[in-house]
Design a protein around this ligand. Structure first.
Ligand SMILES: Nc1nc2c(c(=O)[nH]1)N[C@H]1C(S)=C(S)[C@@H](COP(=O)(O)OP(=O)(O)OC[C@H]3O[C@@H](n4cnc5c(=O)[nH]c(N)nc54)[C@H](O)[C@@H]3O)O[C@H]1N2
Ligand SMILES: Nc1nc2c(c(=O)[nH]1)N[C@H]1C(S)=C(S)[C@@H](COP(=O)(O)OP(=O)(O)OC[C@H]3O[C@@H](n4cnc5c(=O)[nH]c(N)nc54)[C@H](O)[C@@H]3O)O[C@H]1N2
Ligand SMILES: [Mo]
Length: 699
């Protein structure tokens, strides 16, 4: 491949063929290194960088279609102002000057009313891009300086994240490439082939070297099909399974007593609790055969006896239920029981996010906040938050909402409330977007944002341990601006004169890291690896306050919570006799990334149409056949889609793959009509997969 090493000041390529190094911006553990082929200033192809070991030249189908998304005929390329009723999607093009000055005037009129009035303004953002610069850098500075309400960003991973932090001490774990050397791999709550493809490569290597691979997932995913064993438990019952595995390890004395003694906290107490969970009890709760539990415990224990590495790839799919935080705590305890951490190919990986060093304060500048109390609003209950009247000066009603990198009307739970909130005539909404999403339909102004091919950024990851750089491959399309440029300009219109609002994007890329990251090397090769230990917890040294793996968490006990992890049944367990007898989960569709890419036709064509998978027995009871139109409903709402009678669904559980744009679905609905705003045990996260429904044939 010809080398094109652009200096930071080189404009984007214009003539001839060039190859530009970048990073995939999406919310996925893989964070791939990209190479974009640019012909006369036009991006013609996006591929995986063959020189980046974690990417190994391969991309998922979605991102290999990135040019289709970037040059999509429906890209928003000019600022738009609403002309019709909220939600109607009627807009007119206006100039940047008019859009920004009108927005700034409105924000000023709210903020200047009283000392705490800026708290009536709320940013709403998530992981449309995971970039540190186009994510929260200039945006955070802006909202901090303004004194806006703060957003609690919980919609994806905070239950499991906290579970991990309370147990291991941080979001750290095994290096992903060492799974290739494991002899037993548990893929737990993760559809690796669909949503973490580069991990699967390591599993294949391990399989070739004789590893056994077990998948623990209510759905028979494409990953489950390729494992030696699939344990299709009921949603939200992982803690019961983990306890029963511990029970069996204790009963057969497959325990690393030395490791337990020296490197864990609270073993005796955890042991007592585990002894209440014989496999028969767990099998009943999980809806699986007793032998599946005893066999798995035997395999896990044998790994220790034989000195072979056993590894768990946990993913966030299993923590979107009431007890999600506790479930992660329990599963994260398992490797310590058998001393699995002693091997570099043993232990557990949920997230490697805290391996990275980046200077959050320098980017976000929390010091700019006024010295007054600050209200926090949870993004996962945005429906209720928007409908809440003012309760005090400190808690005004939300009057203005600035959305970027997110599509809450499609992805937040309990859509009917979310839509009602966004439809408020007195709410002023600004949406920075590439497309006219379900959320953008409710905007007063839509501002055209650049895509990853058009801007600078730097990326950390949560699945491997490299840092990546993204260079712009092409000039911004139309009048699109980068998120950071938009907030820079808004700051000017607001009269913010702080020097930090002058910082350009390349400088922000540098500000993100201190000298531990060789920025020149990053510029040159597009990625740098961070040095990490091979088996970080071989001798304990957990980043917890005690330095041990905390089975018992003094920090949780101090908060008045259970210091030990426990099984917490779902808020809405499926119960055959209830009004809503089926449990519904809504995991990712392989060709979408949450609600991104749903409008890319070639990808939508692969996914077909919005549907639920239902087991033959549940379908027969309801006289439903594949292809029938159905109404999936509960007390919160109804979702219209087609039914697919499928062996991917287990009895009593339906799978509504997400997250379709509402306006591309039947009757303008998607699966989040059904999900609730109740929150998890830890981390204030949503309970998307803790949701009881009924299904019936519709006419
Ligand atoms: N193609 C694609 N890739 C993606 C995404 C996408 O939308 N599409 N989303 C990205 C995002 S935002 C994230 S957070 C990551 C990780 O996102 P995750 O949501 O962890 O994605 P999956 O790896 O599909 O894992 C979900 C799996 O958990 C299973 N599951 C559901 N409930 C339970 C349960 O109670 N117990 C157990 N054991 N399993 C359960 C589901 O059936 C599913 O197969 O993936 C990212 N990658
Ligand atoms: N029922 C159900 N609901 C779910 C989930 C589920 O499994 N089931 N998964 C949940 C999870 S794990 C997550 S992480 C959330 C994800 O929710 P979101 O973070 O909202 O993710 P997306 O749906 O991908 O929407 C991101 C939006 O950001 C825009 N965007 C991308 N890059 C840029 C940029 O540079 N600038 C600007 N201004 N915009 C940009 C994209 O066009 C897209 O519309 O959804 C959650 N919702
Ligand atoms: Mo996520």
């Amino acid at each position: 491949m010809p080398k094109t090493l652009l200096s930071p000041t080189t404009p984007v390529p214009s003539l001839g063929t060039q190859f530009v190094r970048g990073a995939c911006p999406h919310d996925c553990p893989d964070t791939c290194a990209l190479v974009t082929t640019v012909q006369d200033g036009v991006a013609i192809k996006v591929s995986g960088n063959p020189n980046h070991p974690a990417t190994a030249g391969t991309l998922c189908t979605k991102v290999s279609r990135y040019t289709e998304r970037t040059y999509h005929p429906e890209r928003i390329l000019q600022p738009l102002r609403r002309t019709g009723p909220k939600g109607s999607g009627q807009f007119e093009a206006v100039s940047w000057e008019l859009a920004l000055s009108t927005i700034a005037d409105r924000l000023k009129s709210i903020a200047n009313r009283a000392p705490l009035a800026a708290q009536a303004i709320l940013p709403y953002s998530y992981a449309g891009t995971m970039g540190l610069v186009q994510g929260e850098a200039m945006a955070s500075r802006f909202f901090n300086r303004l004194g806006a309400s703060q957003l609690e960003r919980t919609i994806c991973a905070s239950a499991g994240g906290e579970g991990l932090i309370y147990t291991l001490g941080a979001k750290v774990g095994m290096r992903v490439e060492f799974f290739a050397e494991s002899k037993l791999i548990l893929i737990w709550g993760s559809n690796s082939i669909g949503s973490n493809l580069h991990f699967w490569r390591h599993v294949q290597t391990a399989k070739r070297l004789g590893a056994k691979v077990v998948c623990i997932d209510p759905r028979k995913t494409e990953t489950a099909e390729k494992c030696h064993e699939h344990i299709a438990l009921r949603p939200g019952t992982d803690s019961a399974l983990a306890f029963a595995l511990m029970h069996q390890l204790i009963a057969s004395d497959c325990l690393d007593h030395g490791y337990l003694e020296n490197h864990t906290l609270g073993w005796e107490a955890l042991r007592s609790r585990a002894l209440e969970w014989p496999p028969e009890r767990a099998a009943e709760v999980c809806g699986i055969a007793v032998e599946q539990i005893t066999n798995l415990a035997q395999d896990y224990g044998n790994a220790m006896r034989q000195g072979e590495p056993a590894a768990i790839r946990l993913n966030y799919g299993m923590q979107r239920v009431r007890g999600g935080g506790n479930a992660v705590r329990l599963i994260a305890c398992l490797p310590a029981l058998i001393g699995a951490w002693k091997h570099r190919a043993g232990g557990l990986l949920l997230s490697s996010a805290n391996t990275h060093v980046f200077d959050r304060s320098a980017l976000h500048r929390p010091d700019l906040r006024p010295n007054t109390p600050c209200r926090t609003i949870n993004m996962s209950t945005i429906g209720d938050a928007l409908l809440k009247p003012a309760s005090s000066d400190y808690a005004p009603a939300i009057e203005a909402l600035i959305v970027y990198n997110s599509n809450p009307v499609a992805v937040a739970p309990d859509s009917s409330k979310v839509v009602q909130g966004f439809a408020r005539e007195d709410l002023f909404t600004v949406v920075l977007e590439h497309f006219q999403t379900d959320t953008a339909d409710y905007a007063d102004f839509i501002l055209p944002a650049t895509t990853q091919l058009e801007h600078w950024d730097v990326h950390t990851t949560y699945g491997h341990t490299d840092i990546l750089l993204n260079r712009p491959a092409i000039a911004p399309l139309g009048e699109a601006k980068t998120n950071s440029a938009i907030f820079r300009k808004l700051a000017k219109h607001m009269g913010f004169t702080d020097a930090c609002f002058e910082e350009d994007d390349v400088s922000l890329c540098r500000t993100a890291f201190d000298s531990r990251v060789d920025f020149e090397l990053l510029l040159q090769q597009g990625f740098v690896s961070l040095p990490t230990e091979d088996a970080p917890f071989a001798n304990g040294n957990f980043p917890t306050p005690s330095g041990r793996c905390e089975f018992f968490s003094p920090r949780l006990a101090q908060q008045g919570l259970d210091g030990l992890p426990d099984y917490l049944p779902n808020f809405e367990p499926a119960n055959a006799n209830a009004d809503y007898p089926l449990a519904m989960i809504s995991p990712p569709a392989r060709n979408f990334l949450n609600s991104s890419f749903v409008n890319v036709k070639s990808l939508r064509d692969i996914e077909g149409e919005p549907h639920i998978e239902i087991h033959a027995a549940d379908a027969a009871q309801r006289h439903i056949q594949s292809g029938d139109q159905v109404r999936v409903f509960n007390s919160r709402g109804q979702y219209h889609c087609t039914a697919e009678v499928s062996a991917r669904a287990r009895v009593g559980v339906v799978n509504g793959l997400g997250v379709w744009w509402r306006k591309l679905g039947a009757h303008g609905t998607n699966v989040n009509e059904l999900t609730s705003q109740t929150l998890t045990d830890l981390g204030h996260a949503p309970t998307f997969y803790d949701c009881a429904v009924e299904v019936e044939k519709s006419d």
